[in-house]
Design a protein around this ligand. Structure first.
Ligand code: UDP
Length: 494
């Protein structure tokens, strides 16, 4: 039986887990980390999400929804040190950089966030009990150390890329390689897998970024665990090999894009304003036959050359397939705008050209969409997989060439358009993909040949697997349960 005295000696309950999320200020990284924040908050973790004024203003509808639904997420806006780092006012995200020359300044600005963040978190009540930082924000490791809390690293890219990066690094495989196109075998895999330095460049592998690379690798090594936006059935061999290699907790929790099923927040995912009238777009899509529309978008960072835009346009026109084509704000030169007038007139109702931000998650999951020309950014790849949409792969850099291999060779849900070298290897005048390549790939992806049909079936099966992974009992769902438990334990042992 219980006496009054027993009550008095019952220890106070441990403080609830309070997680600080430090995302990289790039939409390809922030979007999945917001999904993760909402998911963890829904599963009982209090979250402080670090952002800045400009970035917060891009996601105000999401922040409003978080507040309406009483999810315990607090968005903290740190002042962004643009001027100190030599950046124009308001340049608070990688996709707002006016030129590539300012790339390094942006990294410098991020590093300047370390002290303000530490100060802010020290004063926070209740105090943080755990941190998840983007792998590209190694400076956050010192903040977690100063607060004496556990820290996990979040990886935006695919596991195929991460595994290759670390395995090649660990065995110094590139040390003797002089030709970036030379093929080497990736060690520690059960099958023979060849890559080249050009296609599997590793982490920040240029001389300008040596310090950043060393710090990022060190921050990963010293992290208590790793959280990844992938699922076990998608790249099992690489997930297995990666877990074995890092020898610490690894939680695969994706595809995070499947967390958000609510139309109103999906339509504003990543940016509150789309450059297209929502009703017009949906009416247009609704009027199209099932799986007949091709979607073309190259993510948030690449700026396409004018000549390349013309080649894509000519290829799409010749293919006869209806399409939605996203041309980024930065690509809207006078020449392109003028050319588009005639192009859009010729295409008439067959096309919808979105000049700026597109609500990609909504487009890809519409029943009318049956194909996607993509740069193979990891989020775009996961969104295509989650929507059961086959791809035409057109990689540029970082993990994208390996993501292409995964999509084309392993999952067999895509056709490669034939890009051989990363974007920064091309000369100013080189246009890597010509109109005939575009037309050929589009016809075979969207056509009704046997191969195309089999590809569609595989894409649909993979979508089922992705959805299962995120449902109760699925691998990612269960990993999230374990991750949440881990965070509560970390809080209890502080
Ligand atoms: N995105 C979008 N609309 C656009 C461009 C991009 O919604 O007009 C989203 C896309 O759905 C994905 C992210 O931005 O979630 C881009 O991430 P990804 O990893 O594919 O490419 P990155 O931009 O990082 O190269």
């Amino acid at each position: 039986h219980t006496t009054i005295n027993d009550f008095n000696t019952t220890p106070a309950p441990p403080p609830p887990a309070h997680l600080v999320i430090v995302p990289l200020l790039a939409q390809g990284h922030t979007i999945p980390m917001i999904d993760m924040a909402r998911l963890l908050a829904e599963r009982g973790v209090r979250v402080t999400f670090i952002t800045t004024a400009v970035n917060a203003s891009r996601i105000t509808p999401i922040i409003d929804r978080v507040h309406e639904s009483h999810l315990p997420i607090n968005f903290i806006e740190l002042p962004f040190p643009a001027a100190e780092a030599g950046l124009p006012e308001g340049c608070e995200n990688f996709d707002l950089l006016p030129s590539k020359e300012l790339f390094k300044n942006f990294w410098d600005a991020l590093f300047l966030l370390r002290h303000p963040l530490e100060q802010h978190l020290k004063d926070l009540d209740p105090r943080p009990t755990c941190m998840i930082n983007d792998m590209c924000n190694p400076w956050a490791a010192d903040v977690a150390k100063a607060l004496n809390i556990r820290r996990l690293v979040f990886h935006g890219p695919s596991c195929i890329y991460l595994f290759c990066t670390y395995a090649l690094q660990k065995h110094n495989i590139y040390e003797k390689v002089t030709d970036d196109a030379e093929e080497v075998v990736v060690p520690d895999l059960p099958t023979t897998f060849h890559v080249s330095k050009m296609h599997a460049p590793g982490c920040f592998n240029t001389t300008n970024f040596k310090q950043l690379r060393d710090e990022a690798l060190h921050a990963e090594e010293t992290a208590d665990g790793v959280v990844m936006n992938t699922f076990d059935d998608l790249e099992p061999m690489f997930v297995e090999a990666y877990k074995k290699m890092v020898g610490k907790d690894v939680w695969t929790v994706g595809p995070l894009c499947l967390y958000d099923k609510d139309f109103c927040s999906r339509i504003v995912r990543g940016n509150k304003l789309a450059a297209v009238d929502q009703d017009r777009m949906l009416n247009w899509l609704d009027s199209m036959e099932e799986r007949s529309v091709l979607y073309i978008c190259f993510g948030t960072l690449e700026k396409m050359k004018v000549g390349q835009i013309f080649e894509i346009g000519a290829g799409l026109e010749a293919s006869g397939v209806p399409f939605i084509w996203v041309i980024k704000g930065v690509e809207k030169s006078l020449e392109v705008v003028k050319w588009l007038e005639g192009f859009e007139e010729r295409m008439g109702l067959r096309s919808l050209v979105i000049k700026g931000w597109a609500p990609q998650a909504v487009i890809l999951s519409h029943r009318a969409v049956g194909g996607f020309i993509s740069h193979c950014g990891w989020n775009s790849t996961l969104e295509a997989v989650s929507a059961g949409v086959p791809m035409i792969t057109w990689p540029y850099f970082a993990d994208q060439f390996l993501n292409e291999r995964l999509v084309v060779e392993y999952l067999r849900i895509g056709i490669d358009i034939g890009v051989k070298k990363p974007g920064f290897y091309w000369g100013e005048d080189v246009i890597p993909v010509m109109r005939d390549d575009v037309e050929r790939a589009v016809r075979s992806l969207m056509g009704d040949g046997e191969e195309a049909e089999e590809r569609r079936v595989r894409a649909r099966e993979l979508k089922e697997k992705a959805m299962k992974a995120m449902e109760e009992g699925g691998s990612s769902y269960e990993n999230i349960t374990r991750l949440v438990d881990y965070m509560h334990q970390a809080a209890a042992t502080l």
